[in-house]
Ligand binder design. Sequence first.
Ligand code: ASN
Length: 306
Amino acid sequence: MKELAERMGSRKTAAVLAIQTTVLNSMLGFLYGRGFVQMMPVMLSTITDPLCHSVFDAGIEYCGQKLQLTKSMILHKQIAISSPHLEKIFILSPNVRLEKPECGVKGRYLIEFTQLDIEMRGAGKKEFMGLMEKMVRKTIGEVAHERKREIALLGRELRVPSSPFPVYESKEWRKKLGEEFEAELSKKESTPFWVMDHAREFYDREDEKERGYYHNYDLFYPEGFGEGLSGAERDFEYSVLKRKLVERGQKEEEFGAYMELAKGGHLSKSAGGGIGIERFVRYLCGLEHIREVSPFAKVPGDTFVV
Ligand code: ASN
């Protein structure tokens, strides 16, 4: 209990929370100013993101139904953005991902975190990535300006990165630097950067002609802070989604209402992504481990006291 009391009572914790407040105010203000509509988070659902890496099951039984804790709201975003009356949406979305304990040492993982999850109907990757660069630059600028005292207390210096951010193609850089190329690039870079084309979930758009090329993008932070945002253009046609589920050995029934809507032609073209709030705050504050972002941080493998 002493450690929790110390962490809660420290100036550092208060400075980090103040910076996080400015981050949220800046990002939400940015989206409101551009006509985005905010939706409330879904925390329990019959469907959720399958994720491309393995996590422990976080399902519960309720009145004879199996419900899952939200890993991400991607499927709900795709359903919502298909309304002809909604063009741009976002959710400040709490996610639960019961990561394997060994992830704890990496300094970037929490089993409970929040992402600002955004989706735009009809958009492509260029438009979405450009928007995210503007949002990230505005937010860094506002934190640097409004939180000088807190930034100084943390011994950090902040500079607004110039745009456009560098873009790396994953296949090319994996060949050049090996499997750990993203970590290498993150250590070497001095500005946030994009890594394109990751083979992952069935809803990220795969090129129709060049199979195995994915129209997705991750934003990485420099100084070794690693990945902070992931997003993609989406596949939405039933036959394509179905083929990709089969290829991944996943069952259509696991995605019930989502696949039913796809079958009826009710999903539409969109692009979006989610930026992890705790990871962004960790980067801005220059914190060694993500546990320092919140006194209640749940790091994989830890024994939790609260
Ligand atoms: N939020 C991500 C996206 O929009 C999905 C995820 O978090 N797995 O692509």
